[in-house]
Design a protein around this ligand. Structure first.
Ligand code: IMP
Length: 433
C-alpha cells in the first residue's frame, strides 16, 4: 500500500452517504493489520466482499472475519442483533471459513430486541419517515442513551439478572407500542427471555471485554484497522440530521465505540465513490432524477446500485465535492480511495459539483442541516468522459487521459492525494498510486 510506512492504527471511513465500497478497501488493508474493529452501527451496514471467488454479504460482522488469522472485534459502540450475528457466523462456517475466538464482541455492545424493530416499523409508517433499514438500530440506540431499557451483550450471560431486567422492560415496551399503534405486536416475558438466554449461550465464546483486549493489543504494538459503517454524511452529529443513522459513522466514533483513544490513530483512509448515492430519505443536491433512460438510471445499472441490506434502489447523482470536502475535514483524512471509477466509463461527459447556490448566494461550504441543504442548488463543472473500458487498468498510466483528469480534479478539489483507485469489484482490479 501507498506509503510503505508501518501504521499501527488505521481507519477506513466513508465520506459520502454510505455504500462507498469500504469493504474492498478494508479487505485490501487487512494484510497490513492484526485486528479489524467495527465501532458503530449494526446490521444496517451491508458490505459485499468477494473472497476466494465467493461473494459474501455481511451486515454485522467486520469484513476481517473472512481472514481467520486476523482478530475481528465488534466494539461496544455497535448494536448487536444476536440472531443476525449467529446467522452470519453460520453462513461463513458453511462456506468453510473458520470462525471461533478470532471473532470477539464487546460485553458492552447493546442488544437489539424484536420490540426495537416493531417500534421502528411503527415510526417509519408515519409521514416523517427517515427511510431506515428497519433493523431496529435507532430504537436500540435510543434505549442505550435513555439508560432505562438498554440491555448489553454481557447481560445475556446472567439468566436471573436478564429475567429481572426484561420483567421491568417488557410491560413498558408493550404499553408504549400499543399506545403508538393498537395493532402493534407485543412481547411475552418467558419467550423473549428463553430466546435471548439461548442466544447468549451460543455467543458466549465470542463475548469479552474488547476495550481491554484492544488496549493490550496497542501496548503490544499490534496494528489495528478500524472499519467504519455507513458514511460520514449519515453521522448522527455531523450528518444531514435528521436523515442520518443513530451513531457516529465518522472516525469520531472510534474512541467512544471501541475504547481506543483517538491519539493512536495514525492513518485515515477516506473512501469515495466516483459519483454519489443515497438510500432512504433526505436531501441530496446532486441527485439525478432524469427518468428511466437518464444518466441516474445508467449509473444505477452500471454500478449495481441496489441496497445490500434492503435491496432498495439507491438514489444516484454526480460527485459532490462540497459535501466530501466537509467530510475530509471532519475525519482528518490523509488519503483517498476512489471507488467504482469504471462505472462512469459509460458516460459521454462527467460532472462534479464544486459549489452550491442558496437564495442567490454562492456557497462553498456544506450546510449539514437537512432543511437548508434541501434548498441548495448544485453548481457543476463538466469534464469530458473517457468512454473506454478501464476494468483492466492496473497502473495510473493504464487509465485514459479523461479518467486521469477526473481523478486529478477530485484530488485537487478535496485537497488530498488519491492513493487507491478501484476499477472493478475484484481484489486485483485496483490501482495503487
Ligand atoms: P438506520 O441506520 O437503519 O436507522 O437508517 C438511517 C438512514 O441511514 C437511512 O437513510 C438508511 O438508508 C441509511 N443507512 C443505514 N445504513 C446504511 C448503509 O450501510 N449504507 C447506506 N445507507 C445506510
Amino acid at each position: 500500500m501507498p506509503s510503505g510506512v508501518p501504521h499501527h492504527c488505521t481507519c477506513v471511513v466513508g465520506l459520502q452517504w454510505g455504500d462507498e465500497a469500504k469493504g474492498k478497501i478494508v479487505d485490501l488493508l487487512t494484510e497490513q493489520h492484526d485486528i479489524v474493529v467495527r465501532y458503530n452501527g449494526g446490521a444496517n451496514a451491508g458490505h459485499t466482499v468477494v473472497w476466494s471467488g465467493k461473494k459474501f454479504k455481511l451486515s454485522l460482522l467486520p469484513t476481517g472475519v473472512l481472514r481467520p488469522t486476523l482478530q475481528s472485534v465488534i466494539g461496544n459502540g455497535v448494536v448487536v442483533y444476536p440472531e443476525r450475528f449467529l446467522e452470519e457466523v453460520q453462513t461463513l462456517r458453511e462456506a468453510g471459513i473458520s470462525v471461533g475466538d478470532n471473532l470477539i464482541v464487546s460485553h458492552h455492545a447493546h442488544v437489539i430486541f424484536p420490540y426495537h424493530q416493531e417500534e421502528e416499523r411503527i415510526s417509519e409508517g408515519s409521514s416523517h419517515a427517515i427511510g431506515t433499514t428497519g433493523r431496529g438500530i435507532g430504537p436500540c440506540y435510543q434505549d442505550k442513551v435513555g439508560r432505562r431499557f438498554g440491555v448489553r451483550v454481557g447481560e445475556l450471560l446472567h439468566p436471573a439478572h436478564l429475567r429481572d431486567r426484561l420483567k421491568h422492560i417488557l410491560p413498558r415496551k408493550n404499553a408504549m407500542l400499543q399506545a403508538l399503534a393498537p395493532q402493534a405486536k407485543t412481547f411475552e416475558l418467558d419467550a423473549v427471555c428463553k430466546q435471548y438466554l439461548e442466544y447468549g449461550e451460543r455467543m458466549r465464546p465470542h463475548i469479552a471485554d474488547t476495550s481491554r483486549l484492544l488496549h493490550d493489543a496497542v501496548a503490544r504494538g499490534k496494528r489495528l484497522l478500524f472499519e467504519a459503517a455507513q458514511g460520514s454524511l449519515l453521522d448522527v452529529d455531523h450528518g444531514t440530521y435528521p436523515y442520518v443513522t443513530s451513531s457516529n459513522s465518522t472516525a469520531a466514533g472510534i474512541w467512544s465505540g471501541s475504547g481506543v483513544p483517538a491519539r493512536h490513530l495514525e492513518r485515515v483512509v477516506g473512501v469515495i465513490k466516483a459519483y454519489s448515492t443515497r438510500v432512504g430519505n433526505g436531501p441530496f443536491p446532486t441527485e439525478l432524477n432524469d427518468g428511466a433512460h437518464g444518466i441516474g438510471e445508467r449509473i444505477r445499472q452500471a454500478g449495481r446500485e441496489f441496497g445490500t441490506v434492503t435491496g432498495r434502489p439507491r438514489r444516484c447523482g454526480w460527485f459532490d465535492a462540497v459535501a466530501s470536502r466537509y467530510t475530509v475535514a471532519l475525519n482528518s483524512v490523509d488519503e483517498l480511495a476512489l471507488m467504482l471509477l469504471d462505472v462512469l466509463s459509460v458516460l459521454d461527459e462527467v460532472r462534479i459539483c464544486t459549489a452550491y447556490e442558496l437564495d442567490g448566494e454562492r456557497l462553498e461550504h456544506f450546510p449539514s442541516d437537512a432543511f437548508l441543504l434541501q434548498r441548495c442548488q448544485p453548481v457543476y463543472e463538466t469534464l469530458p468522459g473517457w468512454k473506454h473500458d478501464i476494468g483492466g487498468a492496473r497502473r495510473l498510466a493504464d487509465l485514459p487521459a479523461g479518467a486521469r483528469r477526473y481523478v486529478d480534479r477530485l484530488s485537487e478539489l478535496l485537497g488530498r492525494p488519491v492513493s487507491i483507485i478501484s476499477v472493478g469489484p475484484d481484489r486485483d482490479q485496483t490501482i495503487v498510486c
